[in-house]
Write a protein that binds this ligand. Sequence first.
Ligand code: UFG
Length: 350
Amino acid sequence: MKIMLAGGAGYIGTHTAIALIEAGHEVFVVDNFSNSCREAVRRVEKITGSEVRLYEADCCDYMSVRMIMSKEKPDSVVQMAGYKAVGESVAKPISYYRNNLDSTLTILEVMAECGVKSIVFSSSATVYGEDNPVPYTEDMPRGRCSNPYGWTKSMIEQILEDAAAADPSLSVVLLRYFNPVGAHESGLIGEDPQGIPNNLMPYITQVAVGRRDKLTVFGGDYDTPDGTCRRDYIHVMDLADGHARAVDYAAAHKGSAIFNLGTGIPYSVLDMVNAFSDACGHPLNYVIGDRRAGDLQDCWADAEKAGRILGWKATRGIAEMCRDSWNWQRNNPKGYADSEEDSDEEDDEE
Ligand code: UFG
């Protein structure tokens, strides 16, 4: 099949492009590079030996999306174009609602015009909100989100379910990601956040490579065995393989379906720190600090449904997650800014 990857130049998108190409699909990327770069897609081409056509366009721009979709006529869209920083979404809610909802609505309108009948959406475990008990199952109701970013995911899920209910020929798959970490085993692509990382793993790797002084562990007094929060970390290549399964599922099933993409295994922040220290061969400098506002103590998946219906299961463990994150960061201490074209970019130090 021919797949349009909206927001496909980013961390999850580039890894997903590899999984889709390896599964035999043709992929093209639409991205406005608001949090990504061309070099990442060039490296996908290097890894796969396949051409990946790249369109620089904002998915909120109806005319651009229509021009691209009517020219390419994809069989399916994977919609990952969106802002994703939790803290920033609290400071700039209107920008988050505008961008994340608008890009998806625009894609849906153009899909209807161009006769594209299948969409896979990058959702998040954050839609389970604050009240559901772990492990999360897909039949739990969407909960109260603690930030606008989470609400955009929750609202878009609702929009897509409504669209599928109204059009019996439409296929919608909602993928609820847990905590993606790791990188492609080549070390050529990986997570490259702009500025100070918000998420745990890129912060750890930047400490390990000497870009940051120390990690602050947000809270050591939770009701968990070591006092730190527990999450369901999933290797990004396992997550990427989940998209390949989801695209096949959408091609064969009308209506909407939800799948958790997690391992079902919780690890604490200190578990991750220790596993990463093993992977990089030296202790990681960290301190225990205050809790971070909005953090849940526990968040992990029941991954049974994706196994049963998609035939998908995460296969890479915590050691591989840390090894591959480290391999990427060690080979690219400044991320893609290490590459020739982007070498004049400033590194954003604390
Ligand atoms: N953490 C630290 N120090 C840091 C960064 C994170 O201790 O510098 C801790 C957090 O407190 C949390 C864990 O590491 O306990 C993971 O934090 P992340 O920020 O990496 O991830 P979150 O679980 O907070 O957020 C992730 C995604 C969001 C998604 C959310 C809910 O990044 O997109 O899961 O599912 F909304």
